[in-house]
Design a protein around this ligand. Structure first.
Ligand code: NAG
Ligand code: NAG
Ligand code: NAG
Ligand code: NAG
Ligand code: NAG
Ligand code: NAG
Ligand code: NAG
Ligand code: NAG
Ligand code: NAG
Ligand code: NAG
Ligand code: NAG
Length: 780
């Protein structure tokens, strides 16, 4: 079986399969291998002078960059390196080599595991390895009755903690096939990513191995992964996730989807697997292999006893696949072609809506919808994607450290002039390396066309001071490209922020236009507002005066001539204390999330415009831990208007939550003033809650998987019971052309409104906790 290049949106409802009975008691480690260290072709990140600081950490000797070999790991394939690898939050760097692992390596908050991309290190599980996974992002506490280290939906940016693992080979082939040999237990939430990882597993007929095990959480992005062997390449359940560019070879079931509110897979290749996607959850037994190859096993509503699995398949090529879509307990709804090829252009299972017609139609068939615009596609006709640049082929001498050139990153000193001077001197000739730290800027800095900017464990650039105080005269903190500029800008591993209050800060203004696909982009780069740096519990405890607790005018502005490739971006207004106790509730305000006026192309992939829970954003995402009562504010004014997008931007929306406090006792957009310059929407008396997404006079927008959630009304979650925390959530003008696929909403009476009038009634699309519109198209 071979499946190539598809874009797939799935939504599976149903409860999570029972927790795997898995002992966390690990066996004693032993070293049994006779491998040897590979010679290390040095990666610049290893060679560069390491002077990263945790700006607000009182421990001045705190070391951000940690080469595992300096901590006792040998990477020689012989020594058991487990203990050496368990070190605290930081950049944990693995030089090339083979690292024997006998017990799970625990993922700490705010940690990057980075292997040498020139010759990826191997984490090799010993034959007696019995822990849940070689890397465990959220360990179960032994004998803890299911208790875990972290709250899964809050893992990890809920605290200011982000995780990113890249450039690794995880090998469980020495673990007996019938044992539970798992690469990564990845039960994560916001601002996490996996990238450029290969999983090697047993492909014996009785194999029980799996590459990724994820029982729940609220993610997230992963991409550029290869899975070889295993019973499952991925065994996964999560509220939402975006997966780009994965190849799965010789697994029995490539992807086992146990539950989801909405997942998007983009660019997937499956070779020699019996089942491509098994989306039956626990509702049907796993087939006994071998079976004739099936692309998708699913469940569908032949009657109302089962929740609907909403499916959208686009641009899929199958080769020698007996059945394309098999409804378990039902029939083949889409046949395949043994020993031949099948192409699926656009196929849908679920409710389809058109324009302002409030009646949806359930279909399981091909649909005629427009092709995704060429500007968004690569040469192979697939949605364009680009891996986080790592500059593996560059020499360390090509990097300029900002700390070597006068910037302090100490969170106190004004680094504006130093940074300006570094960009003007080296911005287009060198790669600018922001050593870990917090860099304060007091006026606009510009990242010029031609610049490549790399952070270290999310270096923070933060706007502060009088320049950013006037909401009637907002000023940009970081300008990406001068208006009208074209070329390259690559930003990786940076957080943009403000030191509050900063009601007049446009945190990032993005002007750069690409000169080739994806040449203007940001990867694993986030916007974080509040929760630390002066918008903390002293200033912004619930009930504090709003004016002192305004974190920004706007998080991100994509201007008219810009283009952007944004992968794994998390735009987040903090709802709780970050620096101090990590849990106290805050009331913080930000005016606007993301405003895009770009003519495209814009790709927002994965967490791309994710505004996280505590914020309300325009395009965005949020996940709210339902088990926590948070008392925070969010972005107030909602406008993801994509003005005059004539060139078909591709917009991927993910989780987003309406401010918990709304409806507020004051009229929106309090405490911000309506700005006509930035095209703020109106808030007529019947609109008491923020919009998640508004689109006006914009064309050729594709939303492939969005989760827009409303979990609170006036701080109370009682509305979840009655599914009416708010009335409307998405507003699309009738002069726009927007295609929405797989929109999951929570507790919004209407899922989609046209010209301000509710169209899609959630009651018609109940899908467990969420309601799902499988397709909404603008007109007939
Ligand atoms: C997450 O999954 C684990 C294991 O199945 C389960 O014990 C836990 O209740 C789940 N948590 C949530 C919030 O769904
Ligand atoms: C896809 O992932 C593979 C494996 O990591 C990588 O080699 C390849 O370059 C990626 N493709 C793109 C377009 O990034
Ligand atoms: C409904 O569908 C499920 C799954 O196909 C099946 O098990 C069940 O018997 C069906 N119920 C009725 C009443 O047809
Ligand atoms: C098609 O797949 C079957 C396994 O289901 C395999 O036996 C056969 O060789 C394949 N045919 C081709 C032409 O690849
Ligand atoms: C939330 O904040 C409001 C005012 O901002 C306050 O009155 C209320 O007591 C707070 N609720 C909780 C649960 O802290
Ligand atoms: C802007 O909003 C603030 C706070 O809500 C208010 O005090 C002020 O009068 C407004 N200014 C204008 C010009 O509307
Ligand atoms: C959103 O912003 C655009 C300008 O970017 C503006 O034209 C529009 O009126 C705003 N409001 C809505 C509801 O779209
Ligand atoms: C919010 O809840 C509080 C306390 O329950 C109540 O006094 C207030 O009237 C409510 N506000 C709105 C706008 O419903
Ligand atoms: C909804 O969108 C329409 C069309 O752009 C606009 O006229 C209307 O004001 C919007 N409604 C709200 C409440 O923003
Ligand atoms: C949504 O549909 C349900 C079921 O038909 C109906 O009872 C309810 O009144 C509708 N809601 C609105 C706001 O029209
Ligand atoms: C396609 C779909 O989601 N259909 C469901 C919408 O909600 C109604 C009410 O719960 C269900 O009966 C449909 O199966």
């Amino acid at each position: 079986m071979r499946v190539v290049g598809f874009l797939l949106q799935i939504l599976i409802t149903g409860t999570i399969a029972k927790k795997m009975a898995q002992s966390l008691e690990s066996s004693s480690s032993s070293s049994i291998l006779s491998g040897s260290a590979t010679s290390d072709d040095i990666f610049w990140l290893e060679a560069i002078k390491h002077q990263g600081k945790a700006a607000y950490n009182p421990d001045l000797s705190y070391q951000v960059f940690r080469n595992v070999k300096d901590f006792g790991a040998r990477g020689d394939g012989v020594t058991d390196d487990t203990e050496a690898i368990k070190i605290t939050p930081a950049v944990v760097y693995f030089p090339s080599g083979t690292y024997l692992v006998s017990k799970a390596i625990i993922a700490y908050y705010y940690t990057q595991f980075i292997g040498n991309p020139k010759n990826r290190p191997t984490l090799l599980a010993t034959p007696t390895f019995t822990d849940m996974a070689v890397i465990d992002a959220d360990p179960y506490i032994p004998n803890g009755n299911g208790a875990q280290w972290y709250t899964n939906q809050n893992n990890l940016y809920g605290l200011p903690f982000v995780l990113c693992y890249r450039n690794l080979i995880i090998d469980t082939t020495l673990v007996p096939p019938t044992a539970y040999g798992t690469g990564i237990h990845w039960q994560v939430a916001q601002a996490t990513s996996l990238m450029n990882i290969e999983f090697r597993m047993s492909d014996a007929p009785n194999t029980a191995h799996q590459g990724i095990f994820m029982e729940n959480g609220s993610g997230g992005f992963m991409g550029d992964l290869v899975f070889n062997g295993g019973k499952f390449g991925m065994w996964v359940g999560n509220q939402q996730f975006t997966v780009r560019n994965i190849t799965i070879n010789k697994a029995q079931t490539a992807i086992m989807g146990v539950w989801a509110w909405g997942w998007t897979f983009q660019g997937v290749i499956i070779n020699d697997c019996a089942v491509g996607f098994d989306l039956t959850g626990k509702q049907s037994s796993t087939p006994r292999f071998p079976i004739p190859p099936i692309f998708i096993r699913t469940v569908a509503p032949s009657n109302n006893s089962l929740p609907v699995t909403s499916l959208v398949l686009k641009n899929i090529k199958l080769n020698n696949v007996s059945t394309a879509v098999d409804v378990v307990g039902g029939q083949k709804v889409l046949p395949g072609a043994p020993s031949a090829s099948t192409a699926i252009k656009s196929w849908v299972q679920g409710n389809v809506y058109t324009g302002s017609n409030s009646k949806g139609t359930f279909i399981q068939q091909n649909i005629a919808d427009p092709a995704i615009p060429d500007s968004l596609l690569n040469e192979g006709g697939q949605i364009f994607g680009r891996m986080h640049p790592q500059y593996a082929d560059y020499h360390v001498s090509q990097f300029v450290s900002v700390r070597d050139h006068g910037a302090t990153g100490d969170g106190k000193t004004d680094d504006t002039e130093a940074i300006k001077s570094i960009f003007s001197q080296y911005g287009t000739s060198n790669i600018i390396f922001f050593d870990a730290g917090t860099y304060i800027v007091t006026s606009t800095i510009t990242i010029p066309a031609g610049a490549r900017v790399v952070g270290e464990a999310w270096s923070v650039i933060s706007g502060k001071g009088p320049a950013f105080q006037d909401q009637n005269n907002p000023q940009v903190v970081v300008r990406v490209g001068e208006p009208g500029s074209r070329g390259i800008v690559e930003i990786t591993d940076i957080i943009f922020s403000t030191v509050g209050p900063a009601p007049g800060a446009v945190v990032v203004e993005w002007n750069i236009q690409e000169t080739q696909q994806g040449s203007a982009g940001a990867w694993d780069t986030h916007i974080r507002l509040g929760g630390c740096t002066n918008l903390e519990i002293e200033q912004c405890k619930p009930g504090s005066a709003a004016t002192g607790c305004m974190a920004a005018f706007m998080a991100l502005h994509l201007t008219r001539d810009s283009t952007a490739y944004l992968e794994g971006m998390w735009v987040w207004l903090a709802d709780h204390e970050l620096d101090q106790d990590g849990v106290s509730k805050l009331t913080i305000f930000a005016g606007r999330g993301i405003l895009s006026e770009s003519q495209g192309p814009v790709w927002m992939l994965g967490a791309a415009c994710k505004m996280q829970s505590r914020l309300d954003l325009d395009i965005g995402f949020t996940d709210v831990p339902r088990n926590l009562q948070l008392n925070i504010s969010h972005f107030i004014i909602h406008n993801c208007s994509m003005r005059k997008n004539t060139i078909l931007p591709y917009c991927k929306l993910r989780r987003r939550v309406t401010p918990y406090f709304q409806p507020y006792t004051v009229t929106l957009p309090y405490p911000f003033n309506k700005s006509s310059e930035y095209g703020d929407p109106d808030f007529p008396p019947d609109v008491t809650m923020a919009w998640a997404l508004t689109v006006r006079s914009s064309t050729e927008i594709v939303v492939f998987g969005a989760g827009l959630y409303s979990f609170f009304s006036n701080y109370s979650q009682a509305c979840l019971e009655t599914r009416n925390c708010q009335n409307q959530i998405v507003n699309i003008s009738s002069d726009s052309s927007v295609y929405i696929y797989s929109l999951a909403t929570v507790s919004s009476t209407f899922q989609i409104s046209a010209d301000g009038k509710g169209v899609v009634n959630q009651t018609d699309n109940i899908s467990g906790f969420t309601s799902t519109v499988t397709v909404w198209q603008p007109h007939d």
